[in-house]
Structures are given as C-alpha cells and as structure tokens.
Design a protein around this ligand. Structure first.
Ligand code: M6R
Length: 608
C-alpha cells in the first residue's frame, strides 16, 4: 500500500504535496518522492526512509512549481531504494508518474518495452507505466494514459504529468483508491480524503475504470473507454482526525473492515493466469517439496494461531506432518530438524525477536526457512531462505486483524501448492477449494454487514470478568484467537480452550452467567461441540455460538448466535474469526478502552 498526491493551481505545489504525503504516511514510509513542473522541466526528488528524509532534501533544493505529484511508498516490487522510489519517469524524463497498486503483468510488459528500446532504471512494476505512456504519447497525455491503462493488469491509482503541459494532471483508477479535491481554480489528488481535507471538503471519488484530466480550469472525468462521466460532489463532514481513519472511530475497526480487500490483495500474486498456485519468492521448487518429511511452524500471538490453522490445512491437504511451536519456546526445546524439514516463520511485522531467533535456530540445524510477512524489507525477508508476502497494507492498530486473515489465506494457498506438488489432492479438488478461497472476501463482507447481534451481545457481557472460548478441530485456533483479542484490548480474563478438554479441569470455572463463546460451525465435530455446549450450559454458563448460516436449531440452545457463511471446513477458520474480532472490539469500546493502543503492548515486539 502506498500513498499518492497531486496538485495543480496557482500556489506552490511543494508544501501542499508534502502536507498531503504526511497525512498518507500511514500507508507506507520506506521511501518518498515528488515531481514538480518548473520552467519547462520536471524536477524529481526522491529519498529512502520516511518523509523526514524527503523533507530535508526538499528544504535543501527548494523546488517550486504550480503543478506536482508525490508519493510515499510501501514497497511491493523492489527493495526500498532511491531508484525504486516514486515518481518514475520515462526514458526522456518528459513524463512522471506516481502509482499505488500492483501491476501483475509488468514482467511481460517490461520485456516488450525493453525490446522496443526502453531503458529501465528501477526494479518496480510501476516504471512500466511511465514507459507505456511514453510509447503511446503523441502530444496528448490523456490519450496516452488511456491507451496505457488498457494494457495494464492488476490494481492501480496513478497520476501522470508531462513537461509539455504546465498545468495538467491525468489520473486513473482501478482497484486502488483515488480522490480529487475541488478548490477554487486549484485541484488536489490523493489516495484518500485526509490528504486534501485541510484544503477542501468538496470531493470527487474516482470509481474503478475511471480517469480524469485535471487543470486549474476544471476536472473532466471519463471511463477508460473515453465516455464522459458526470460526478457528484461529496461534501465531507468528517474532522481531519476522523478522516485519517476513513470515518471509522479507530484504526482497529477500519482494519477489520479492510479484511475483504486484504484477502483479495494477498491472493492476487499467488495464482498465475491459469489459476495455478504461484510462489515465486519462496525458493522452494516442486522437487524440494516432494523431499519434505516434516513442516515446523514458528510464530507468536495471533501469528501462532494462523500457524495452528495452517497445520490443519497442510496435514489434511498435503499430508505432511506439521508441528507448530511458539517462537519463544522453540529454540530452547532442542528441536529436531534437518534438511528435509521446512520451517515456516509467520510474523506480520517481520521483526519479532523470538521468531527471528527461531529462524536462526532452524537454519543452524539445516532446515529450509520460509518467512510469511506483511512488511517488505523487514528483517525476516533478509534472514529467511524464501519469503511469502501478505498484502494487507500497514496495520496500525496493535491488535492483529487484517494481517491474520491475510496470513491464513496465504497459508491456505501454500498448503494447496504443497498438495499439488506432492499429488495428494486431485486437480478437481484443488480447483474446488480454490473457488471457495476466491469467495472468501465476499463472505467476510457479508459477516461485516451483519454486526447488530455482535454489538448487542457485547453490550450485555461487557461487565463480565471471565470468559471461556471453546472450539474443536478447526474451531480451536479460532477460539484461542477470540480469547486473545478479548484479553488484549478489553483487559478481560479469557480462557481459550479445546472444548473436549474442559471436563479435565476448566469446567470447574463455570458458574451461573459465565459467558462461554463456542465455535460451532459446520464440521465433522459439530455433534461433539453441541455436546460440549450442553455440558457448560448445564452448569449455568451463558452461550454465544459462532455457527454456520442455516443452523437454526442452535438458536434454541444458546443465548446469541453469530452466523457465518458456509464453506469448506478448513477455510471456515478465516470466517469464524471475524465476528470474534468484532465482539472483542465492541466489548472494549463499551468498557471505554483504547483499542488501538492497549496498555503494555507494542505493535512489533523486538525484544526477547
Ligand atoms: O509481528 P508478529 O506477527 O510476529 O507479531 C506477533 C505477535 O506479537 C502479535 O500477533 C500479537 O499477539 C498481536 N498484538 C495480537 O493481536
């Protein structure tokens, strides 16, 4: 996820662009840059690191111009270096562009353009857009962008300027956000509303497959086919602070609602055009997969729960034994590993000290290590033998939400990749599961839109001091995660437990009115879990069940039901966890807790 800005008007664009970038820094901050039109030339300044570095360079060079574009980067293709920082330019430095998104067919386009003599200067997917525009440019920038976007596959919000036009920005959007702020003879472009809000509250939201020509005289919007689109002005009522969270009260809630997108983005680079699983950065070919005798997963906290889900997917589909270890325990347990062991380290930040120590331990014993992370350039990407990225975008809330579902989806697809290589699932079965995976974003959307009952339950139980979260099979990691979320943001004691293990001790904790959250989705252990519900109910517990749509019988037995759509049993974990995130969120809010920055916690735990 990156942030883009643009300005055209009668003021100096530089402070406006810098102010906009500041508001977008949450979208990524490994490098930043701007391009400003000045005296028939485009001056480009780019720096590695957060905005402070660009600020210094700008203060030194003092660029000036009434037209400009800017970018803050969160690297996806290519390391965070000056060459890879945006804006990118064409061969003649006549066209500059900034881009947010991923161009999926960039390798093919790049090869083609290089064949036609274009010289590339970065490792990014974005640079192909500048060269494509150059290829189509014959004096009409708008048309050139229109032809260029026609060749692009993937997602993009982009802004382009040319040294031939002192007062023109051309923008285009597909699957990445873009807004245009409307001022008096001046216009602002940004990835989201907060970046323009100090200048105007009148906004055009560009929709998918729309593009616009922006000059100080006005904005002209068309679809990609060139048909004019009349836009309604959105009058923003949010304060600047609310706008940073897109109108959500907290980053955590915003991030919960971003989950359908996070899943989609994570899936995007893991299937090729023919729908086959693709893990390019992983450095683990099919031959290596066939030699594997065991998989060891190491992770902490929420990432550990993703590991528990992955264990079931890998064992069930690829038939490889999997061990899941808490990173902080792993290296002190003298783990048995060798060159036929694949170690998977899951860490959204890529910086968790315990997990990194586990990586070193696994490597020292000859295992091949793959890192699953959300942050390009993080330490794990340098230490692991191969990397699989999730593309959830930066997660600001301390509680992991969208990074968890992204890890799960990456691991599901990885498990299928192993199964295909080892021939443990038929092509038909793999295709059927793949289809179900592709339905997940819509299904999560459905859960998010039906949160009324979750709010009601949270209101009722907000003052309870003890909670039980129970699950079996694929429901167990979900129960553990539900308990962790509740503990960390609402400070309520919550015990996550295997439902069948209750009778060996924890059942003694149950008293009248103690709430038990039970993951009771459709599964091979459904009857068993219904039995467990009866056991705790008979001892006075109130029951909140997470169940599959259509299971109306359960309503007769429990106090509240959070329904989720039906899917393949192993995939149901990703859906069942969503109502529990919302439940923890509403519990914490009802109790007046700061959900984004819970006490005693940090987003990355870089100490042992
Ligand atoms: O960055 P990581 O995924 O390695 O972080 C691991 C845990 O610290 C993290 O999941 C933590 O448990 C979260 N705060 C849970 O919401």
């Amino acid at each position: 996820m990156c942030g883009i800005v643009g300005y055209v008007g009668d003021k100096n664009s530089v402070p406006i662009l810098m102010g906009g970038l500041k508001k977008l820094e949450y979208r990524g901050y490994d490098s930043a840059g701007l391009a400003v039109f000045n005296n028939g030339k485009i001056e480009v300044i780019r720096e590695v690191g957060n905005l402070a570095h660009l600020e210094k360079a700008v203060a030194k060079k003092e660029p000036y111009g009434n037209l400009g574009i800017g970018h803050t980067r969160w690297a996806t293709h290519g390391r965070p270096t000056k060459e890879n920082a945006h804006p990118h330019t064409d061969c003649k430095n006549g066209i500059s562009i900034v881009h947010n998104g991923i161009i999926e067919n960039f390798l093919e386009l790049k090869k083609n353009l290089m064949g036609k003599g274009h010289i590339f200067r970065s490792e990014t997917d974005t640079e192909v857009i500048a060269h494509l525009i150059e290829k189509h440019y014959d004096g009409d920038l708008f048309k050139a962008v229109q032809y260029a976007v026609d060749e692009l596959e993937g997602s993009f919000a982009l802004a382009a300027i040319s040294r031939d036009f002192p007062d023109l920005i051309v923008v285009a959007r597909k699957d990445s956000p873009l807004v245009i702020g409307l001022g008096d003879n001046e216009y602002f472009v940004a990835s989201d509303i907060p970046a323009v809000l100090s200048h105007t509250k009148n906004i055009f939201i560009l929709e998918n497959h729309e593009m616009a020509k922006i000059t100080p005289r006005g904005v002209w919007v068309t679809n990609f086919e060139g048909k004019e689109v009349k836009k309604d002005i959105l009058k923003v009522k949010w304060s600047e602070e609310a706008a940073e969270k897109s109108g959500y009260e907290d980053f955590m809630l915003k991030e919960i609602y971003e989950q359908p997108k996070a899943i989609k983005e994570t899936m995007r680079d893991k299937f090729d055009r023919n729908g086959q699983m693709l893990f390019e950065g992983m450095q683990l070919g099919e031959e290596d997969v066939c030699k594997l005798k065991k998989v060891v997963i190491i992770a902490c906290g929420t990432s550990y729960h993703a590991g528990l889900v992955a264990k079931q997917a890998i064992e069930h589909w690829a038939k490889i034994p999997v061990e899941v270890d808490i990173s902080s325990e792993f290296r002190y347990c003298d783990p048995i590993l060798d060159e036929n062991t694949l170690a998977i380290a899951i860490t959204q930040s890529g910086e968790t000290a315990d997990t990194l120590a586990g990586v070193r331990e696994a490597k020292s014993k000859g295992a091949r290590v793959i890192g699953i992370t959300n942050v390009l350039g993080s330490t794990i990407t340098r230490e692991a033998d191969g990397v699989v990225y999730t593309h959830a975008g930066p997660e600001i809330g301390v509680a992991a939400t969208k990074t968890l579902v992204s890890q799960m989806v990456a691991l599901y697809i990885f498990a299928l990749y192993l199964a295909r290589a080892r021939n443990t699932l038929s092509d038909k079965k793999i295709s059927a599961i793949t289809e179900e995976i592709k339905n997940l974003p819509d299904q999560v959307e459905k859960i998010l839109s039906g949160n009324g009952v979750i709010k009601k339950a949270a209101k009722k139980y907000a003052n309870c001091t003890n909670f039980l979260f129970l699950g079996r099979g694929i429901g167990l990691p979900v129960a553990l995660e539900g308990a962790l979320k509740l503990k960390e943001i609402s400070y309520i004691h919550a015990e996550g437990y295997a439902a069948g293990e209750m009778k060996h001790g924890p059942i003694a904790l149950i008293d009248d009115g103690v709430p038990a959250v039970v993951v009771a989705t459709k599964s091979k252990v459904h009857e068993k879990i219904l039995g467990n519900i009866q056991e705790v109910k008979a001892r006075g517990a109130d029951i909140i069940a997470v169940s599959s749509f259509g299971d109306t019988e359960i309503e007769k037995v429990v106090d509240y039901v959070f329904y989720i759509p039906e899917t393949t049993e192993i995939l149901s974990a990703i859906l069942a966890v969503v109502p529990l995130q919302l439940f923890a969120y509403y519990m914490a809010k009802t109790r007046g807790c700061n959900v984004d920055q819970p006490k005693n916690l940090a987003k990355s735990v870089t100490v042992e």
